[in-house]
Ligand binder design. Structure first.
Ligand code: F6P
Ligand code: MG
Length: 431
């Protein structure tokens, strides 16, 4: 058997990992400090003096961590009492033992230090007295959703017409529409806030027109196989492992609705993050806020879907689930041993849809695979159920490409691996 490739890390100077850790992460932390500072007045009004003290705690912890990062200090154990604290601290020891030195910001693996940064932000929040639910990225996420308002409305109106046609018994091309919604959902992943270090990154153009213009940018398109799988596997549940709030989660909701109305699925489980993660990832609060925002729109389509989706959450055809595993540094090939309960839960699904770049990195264990390695090989045995990854490329790893494909795309776009313009739809069957 061929040896497993190296983990991506800042050790490789001038690599994308190196630049992200050295340049992008400090900017994200500086923005957190800035937004905490700006929240002072509102927090004082709502939470009094203690709220302000809590903000100081968060700002202090974040700026301390920024210093540690910029001087590549060793990673330190967490000091809070979350359900996952021991898991993180045990892992710190595990890595120190394996690498025969304490993990530090520029020497340990990129996946580990980047996830550790978000967990340390949460540690700061956990230390608060009254702001224990505070989300340092809330403001940015809400702006991303409101800036994408028009695109969301176009999508909802389109979906409403379809739902009505299906329910009136009109004949529709389910396969074509399935592929269309999957692609809208894929390109929704262009809009995340950690790639832009929190700069504006919303959906401004018509998402349906984009499906055609962006098709040439899909490097791997396994949609036909996914379609065959979903129709041949009979009634059952689909799981969407969510990525970003804002426009992206709206596309996820629309896909989920389409799957149910067209009877391609009998229920949909959404998997969200337990706390704020990679700037824009969906937490249960973001999920709820997305529905609340629809309520404020006052149009036929939003009224219709709000009622329908609240009903779905009540009758269980939609479920929102949270598991600590999603906010750990672990690659998915370790899910079975580290979180067997989640693995078992996912094995009840007929299709797992993994959204976005970070999920893809974890599927591939964030390793520097040769690009022509079969996607299935790079999963290293992970496959509780058939799975598809819908991912815009924002990190320098990819598998499943054909010989010669890299040269061709690199000639068109030197930053093709990291600028979010190219994408893959990669499928693997249950292992
Ligand atoms: O900071 C860059 C980055 O970490 C990517 O490499 C990462 O995977 C991305 O941010 C988040 O993207 P997504 O929201 O698609 O997971
Ligand atoms: Mg994300």
């Amino acid at each position: 058997m061929e040896s497993v490739p190296q983990a991506l890390s800042a050790r490789k100077k001038n690599s994308f990992a190196y630049k992200t850790i050295k340049e992008r992460l400090p900017v994200i932390l500086a923005k957190v400090a800035d937004s905490v500072f700006r929240a002072k007045t509102v927090i004082k009004e709502n939470h009094g003096e203690q709220g302000q003290e809590d903000l100081k705690t968060i700002a202090g912890c974040v700026s301390k961590m920024r210093n540690e990062l910029m001087t590549s200090k060793p990673l330190i154990p967490l000091e809070d009492n979350r359900s996952d604290t021991k898991v993180w601290n045990d892992y710190l020891e595990e890595v120190a033992e394996r690498e025969e030195e304490p993990p530090s910001w520029f020497t340990s693996s990129w996946l580990y230090v980047e996830t550790y940064m978000y967990r340390r932000i949460q540690e700061a929040v956990e230390k608060c007295a009254v702001l224990k639910q505070y989300d340092v990225f809330q403001e940015q996420k809400e702006k991303a959703l409101s800036d994408s308002h028009e695109a969301v409305m176009i999508l909802l109106k389109y979906l409403l017409t379809l739902v009505q046609e299906i329910e009136e018994g009109k004949k529709i091309d389910t396969q074509l529409l399935f592929k269309e919604f999957m692609q809208v959902c894929l390109w929704g992943n262009k809009c995340d806030l950690s790639i832009s270090a929190g700069l504006e990154n919303s959906q401004k153009s018509c998402p349906l027109d984009q499906v055609n213009t962006l098709r040439p940018y899909i490097l791997i398109d396994d949609l036909d196989t996914v379609w065959n799988k979903i129709v041949s596997s009979g009634p059952g549940r689909v799981d969407i492992i969510l990525d970003n709030a804002g426009f992206e989660v709206a596309t996820d909701l629309c896909l989920a609705e389409f799957l149910l109305t067209s009877k391609l699925a009998t229920s949909v489980n959404f998997h969200a993050k337990a706390f704020s993660w990679f700037v824009s990832d969906v937490t249960p609060v973001d999920f709820e806020n997305t529905l609340q925002r629809l309520m404020m729109c006052n149009s036929m389509a939003t009224d219709f879907f709000l009622k329908r989706w609240k009903g779905r959450l009540e009758d269980g055809t939609w479920k929102l689930q949270v598991h600590d595993f999603w906010t750990t540094p672990f690659p998915y090939c370790e899910m079975k041993s580290r979180s067997p309960d989640l693995y078992e839960e996912l094995s009840k699904s007929k299709l797992l849809i993994f959204k976005g770049d970070l999920n893809y990195r974890k599927l591939l264990s964030d390793l520097d695979w040769p690009t022509t390695t079969p996607f299935e090989t790079s999963l290293q045995g992970f496959g509780p159920s058939p799975l598809v990854s819908l991912r815009a490329l924002k990190a320098d790893l990819v598998t499943g490409l054909q010989e010669g494909q890299v040269e061709k795309v690199a000639a068109q776009d030197a930053n093709w691996m990291v600028d979010g313009s190219w994408a893959v739809i990669s499928f693997a069957d249950k292992q």
